[in-house]
Design a protein around this ligand. Structure first.
Ligand code: LLP
Length: 415
């Protein structure tokens, strides 16, 4: 499904012209397609049909309440990493018992609230966290369901898209220490071991590392069973890549079919935590050209969105597609597309062939994941509006921040 298509010479989101959205809500604005979000979620759910499963959308990828609500209505679960994300999911109508709580730094408060609302599972990342969770659960007189996040030590050299060694160190419990950690978890009276979890990286475009990790997890599940520790679910995290430029990632269906084949007759439920693959291509960032600046060396298109709105190009040198909303029939030139922020690193795209005039609208493609959620107020810029398109209707699911809001929590020193 392609929610963003040209029709009559201009770019649409479903049945709404992006030019009409810019007119009505201004720019910069994130625009999401409900139909595309649904289709991506359904691709996971359909491939998992007939077996116990949970598709837990990784809230960090896009935490807008409207977006979360679309997924909650489909019966999605959610993967959260903070108290804030927990409250967002609840406010959006998500069911607590479909939430998995990931992250290396859960505070006692985080744990308490998650226990009170009754999350499905804590993905525990260290033995110290196990002990802390036991204490918090005991004080509340509750039982905490847990998975251990295992670092399966998949060879990063042969699979370069996996997180760096540093990340590997910070996340999870080394697989060779996992059995001891599980034995400890099984002893703790207020914990109930229910799963094994891993997440090996993001934007993976090849199945091999996922399947290597899966094999190692399945071997662990079998060893645990031999010790009387019975695992009910396997959480394979997120990480499936999307096409930004010319990548050819496997589809959720291909991925899940390969996983199901390897489960054999083990009675395991499957949990996934996809973020990017659900929302990246369901969103664009709509921005307007403020100035065209032609220098002796380069042409710049200075637009009204900046690195504070979309950090991925500056932060990761990520290549994002960038297309005109109403293409012009004139000779194209090469442009660096940059924002108004006072930093050389403030760019959205470099060296793109575009035919442009001042006032033109551009769409940054694949901006639905890790876009708005990573935005900031740098240079005292208010954060963009977010609009969710559903067929021929456009809903403002987050209004643009006002200038007064930007310093509302600040104060002057006393006289
Ligand atoms: N589960 C866990 C425990 C994670 O750490 C992540 C992402 C996900 C699930 C979702 O992964 P996904 O399906 O979206 O790949 N800001 C970066 C991406 C950071 C991903 C962090 N963890 C970017 O813009 O590329």
């Amino acid at each position: 499904m392609e929610a963003f298509c040209y029709r009559d010479g201009q770019l649409f989101a479903e049945d709404v012209a992006l030019s009409a959205i810019a007119e009505r809500f201004g720019t910069p604005t994130y625009v999401y397609s409900r139909a595309q979000i649904q289709a991506q979620y359904q691709a996971y759910a359909a491939a998992l049909a007939g077996m116990p499963h949970l598709v837990c959308f990784a809230v960090k990828a896009n935490s807008n309440l409207g977006v979360l609500n679309v997924l909650a209505r489909l019966g999605a679960g959610f993967d959260i990493v903070s108290r804030g994300e927990l409250e967002r999911v609840l406010a959006a109508g998500g069911e607590p018992d479909k939430i998995v709580f990931s992250g290396v730094g859960k505070s006692r408060d985080d744990m308490r609230r998650a226990l009170e609302v009754g999350v499905h599972c804590f993905n525990v990342e260290s033995t110290d966290e196990l002990e802390r969770l036991q204490q918090v659960a005991a004080r509340l007189g509750l039982i905490a369901p847990v998975s251990l996040r295992v670092n399966p030590d998949v060879d990063a050299l042969t699979h370069p898209y996996i997180s760096t060694g540093l990340k590997e160190n910070k996340f999870g419990i080394a697989i060779d220490q996992a059995e001891a950690a599980y034995r400890r978890a099984a002893e703790l009276p207020n914990l109930q071991v229910i799963g094994v979890d891993c997440h090996i990286g993001s934007q993976l475009t090849n199945l091999a590392p996922f399947l290597d990790a899966l094999d190692r997890l399945l071997a662990l599940v079998d060893r645990l069973a031999a010790q009387g520790i019975h695992i009910r679910h396997l959480d394979l995290g997120g990480g499936l890549g999307v096409r930004y430029r010319d990548e050819q990632p496997p589809s959720p269906g291909d991925y899940i079919r390969a996983v199901r084949q390897r489960l054999g007759d083990r009675p395991l439920a499957l949990v996934f935590e996809p973020g990017r693959s659900i929302v990246a291509n369901a969103g664009v960032l709509l921005t307007r050209v403020e100035y065209l600046k032609h220098t002796a060396h380069k042409n710049f298109a200075i637009v009204d969105a900046a690195m504070n709105d979309m950090a991925r190009p500056s932060l990761y040198q990520a290549w994002m597609g960038l297309v005109p909303v109403q293409p012009r029939q004139q000779a194209a030139q090469h442009y660096d597309v940059v924002g108004p922020i006072c930093e050389t690193g403030d760019f959205l795209a470099k060296d793109r062939e575009l035919a442009l005039a001042e006032g033109d609208l551009l769409a940054v493609c694949s901006a639905g994941a890790y876009g708005f959620v990573m935005s900031s107020n740098y240079n005292t810029r208010g954060r963009a509006a977010e609009v969710l398109v559903d067929g021929a209707q456009a809903f403002e699911v987050r209004r643009r921040e006002t200038l007064a809001e930007l310093y509302a929590g600040e104060s002057l020193l006393p006289e």
